[in-house]
Design a protein around this ligand. Structure first.
Ligand code: SAM
Length: 227
């Protein structure tokens, strides 16, 4: 049985209105939100959670993109809301293809996968329309299984940061001959999956905050020992 309060809320929703107030959880997220309306609290959270790269990480990512072979694609795994995608798009040649893959299984705002995907597509509409960016909604393993393109000029992984997933990401990138292999979150304080996977493959040749570049020298070093 719905209460009177719920019935009023339902009626307002049907008319396109929503009654909300700042929740205790939001108050914890936003230290100084005493005077915030719900809308302001939502904006604070949304804008503060647009992307996960520091400015120094963006600089390194941009440098890597700029030195990648523009005639081959860049592959990004983990689009989220397109923050890193926009950095990559800004530093690549216009004609260079950028494929960004996400299954929209996680976002820091707790919105539905469909809303997450629609918002991200909207955010990336300029990149999609004018900068040769393809936004793929699929699981990364399905993408790896079906990829038929040339060896990527660059592979950037920033999705599932568990050891097994990162290991699989890096092995795939190597198996298809990606020239630059990099990713984020090598320095997560409470999760060492990325660090373990990267270290097992020779460790980072460059590291800025959590953004690592996997040493390409390691691949060359490995060949004699395999022979
Ligand atoms: C850390 S966020 C990406 C951050 C983004 N690169 C940035 O810097 O703005 C991780 C993203 O990976 C996605 N993800 C997690 N597991 C995935 C999987 N198995 N396949 C595809 N995407 C996945 C999540 O939906 C999430 O959007």
């Amino acid at each position: 049985m719905r209460t009177a309060k719920q019935l009023i809320k339902d009626s307002l929703l049907r008319l396109g209105y929503e009654v909300r107030r700042v929740t205790n959880e939001q108050r914890d997220d936003i230290p100084d939100c005493k005077g915030f309306t719900d809308k302001e609290a939502q904006c604070y959270r949304a804008i503060g959670n647009l992307g996960e790269l520091s400015i120094e990480e963006c600089r390194l990512l941009g440098e890597l993109v700029a030195k990648s072979d523009p005639h081959r694609p860049i592959i990004e795994i983990g689009t989220l809301f397109g923050f890193s995608t926009i950095i990559i798009a800004a530093f690549k040649q216009h004609f260079q293809e950028l494929i960004t893959v996400d299954n929209y299984s996680w976002n820091p705002l707790g919105i539905s996968p469909d809303a997450h995907y629609t918002i991200t597509q909207n955010r990336l509409s300029e990149a999609i329309d004018r900068h040769n960016v393809r936004v793929l909604r699929m699981d990364k393993d399905e993408f790896y299984r079906t990829y038929q393109g040339p060896p990527p000029a660059m592979f950037f992984c920033d999705a599932d940061h568990s050891y097994a997933a990162t290991n699989a990401d890096l092995l795939w990138a190597r198996s298809v001959g990606a020239s630059i292999i990099c990713g984020d979150d090598y320095n997560l304080p409470h999760e060492d999956g990325v660090r373990r996977a990267v270290d097992e493959m020779g460790g980072p040749s460059e590291l800025v905050d959590g953004l690592f570049v996997l040493s390409t020298v390691t691949a060359a070093r490995r060949i004699p020992s395999l022979a």
